[in-house]
Write a protein that binds this ligand. Sequence first.
Ligand code: APR
Length: 312
Amino acid sequence: MRKVTVVGAGMVGSTTAMRIAEQGSADVAIIDIYGDLARGKALDIAQSLALTSSASRVEGGDDYRLAEGSRVAVITAGFPRQPGMSRADLMEKNADVVRKVVASVAEVAPDCVIVMVTNPLDEMSYLAWKTTGWDRHRIMGMAGLLDGSRLAYFAARELGLTPGQVQPTVLGSHGDAMLPLPRFTSAAGVPLSELLAPETLRELAERTREGGAEIVSLLKQGSAYHAPSACAARMVRAVLEDEGLQVAASVLLEGEYGLRGVFLGVPVILGEGGWREVVELPLSGEERKELEDCARRIKERMEELDGWLAGS
Ligand code: APR
């Protein structure tokens, strides 16, 4: 059977592994610096499969040979942001982890597709691309799909619909440079911008932008993992099944939307081998300006990472 590796056996990693195993679309390897943690999670997941029709095998440990021949690697290894930790501190801590993890995966699974989940997302996706030197289509960051599913949930509640009836579009970056687009978000086929007042749209956008932080403050410990793992597993399935699924993901732009050399959340078509193409939405002048502003902010962070890499 095909294989998917999940690096990081924490909350996001283990729930992603569980979802992939339940889909039954691939064997799953879970790798963590704490081998027993990964082994324990793998056993627990494997023992749940008797209640499903899945034939997936699930293994865990700290040895990267487990990842040999994987079609897709989902990277969730790293540290969560602690109170008082700056974004730059988080970037340096996780850059160190991600660089090592990605190099190890690339050695044993040289043909895989990488789905980056570790934050800060765009910078870590860029780092994966730099570390591997792979074709840009094989590296993508999972954020737009998650931000979109949050927007779909909030909009559906507002409209009395089910979340699945809302087709969201959220571009830009995870966090402050996120760009929810109501004109390109439809509810039962109608653009959100025609269904809700501008003030309500602003509130929905703000709550989406703060969606992760809202959950962190409620959980008290750790961060969201149910929705993030659902999104990562969905992207994995689209690649494994060569689906041609359109989702927003952080990818390296080389001229699309008039932008170059920046990892930015845009709609892409997913299939075998990663993302096939960027879908260019007919943005208004104002929307384009906002996207360019997001890109400028991310580029500054990528340059910050370059500075750290040069000095490390
Ligand atoms: N190699 C392998 N695994 C590592 C390494 C490493 N060098 N360093 C840390 N890890 C593992 C930890 O041991 C831990 O099990 O990464 C896992 C991270 O799990 P959690 O702390 O539970 O974090 P989680 O909530 O899963 O989030 C992981 O996803 O959504 C993002 O912002 C989130 O960056 C974070 C990532």
